[in-house]
Design a protein around this ligand. Sequence first.
Ligand code: NAD
Length: 296
Amino acid sequence: MTERIDGHTILIGLMAYPIRHSMSPTMHNNAFAKLGLNYAYLAFEVDNDSLPSAIQSIRTLDMRGSNISMPNKQKVIPLLDKLDPAAEMVGAVNTIVNDHGTLTGYTTDGTGFMQSLKDEGLDIRGQKMTLAGAGGAGTAVAIQAALDGVKEMSIFNIHDEFWDNAKRNVDIINEKTDCKATLHSIEDKDDFKKEIQDAAIYCDATGVGMKPLENETLVTDPNWFRKDMIVFDTVYAPRTTKLMQVAEQAGVEHVFNGLGMMLEQGAEAFKLWTGESMPVDYIRDLLFNDDKVASK
Ligand code: NAD
């Protein structure tokens, strides 16, 4: 990497807290190196308090942009000059592009989700999706799937602080897209089972299945799934979640963790910053193989 850094190197950031565990620096720096692009991607510990000065520094240092993650995805919006329409609908930003001092906010989690399905030769346009979760990931997935042409969406949440967000997602989808969305409670197990059985894809965007809930899943009965459906968990650590195990037990053909989505949200941001396509097959190989990532 030192061979690539010189006086012309263009900086891209990742602003979040905590952030040291992130795979994004490995992903982007290896992609820059592979394509011979003179960029460097660095992670910065930025919380809500330091966010305004960190965002200003994108302009001051003429950085090309930054990724934004928790806890800053919503708080960053008033600090930007423009918002992409999808980011406006989602109400969150994970990518900033700096065009000569003008900062535009984008969200690439939803497009990453849809592209990861395309990579597998799967097309859910015109079909029904049942989705659990209405936080950052759930909202991005719901809005992008509706924008891209999913016909019907049943959104489930528990009655926690995200319930109103689930309601908002349903309202905005019905108002601004051709998708028909409905709101459901995860606590109503009969309804949950029925809506999963009716869907072409069940996506869990709750984080249940990730530490500290790695031994849990919202669906415990393999009979809730059909073999010909898609089961997608946005969690990528562990690689095989409890939900995925239940789906595999049911013989479901297409079972995915969130690694493909993570890769493709990065590829979308990479394209926005550099204008180039990320060498996704190369990076997928690198990220899917833990030993190689650990040795970088
Ligand atoms: P968040 O905190 O914003 O939202 C969490 C959602 O899960 C809310 O809807 C909440 O009501 C629900 N929830 C929480 N605990 C629950 C429980 N016990 N039972 C049922 N529902 C529950 O989180 P987020 O940022 O949306 O992340 C969710 C998951 O998606 C995490 O595992 C995260 O790692 C993953 N994620 C993956 C990608 C990717 O690229 N693959 C991108 C973003 C997030």
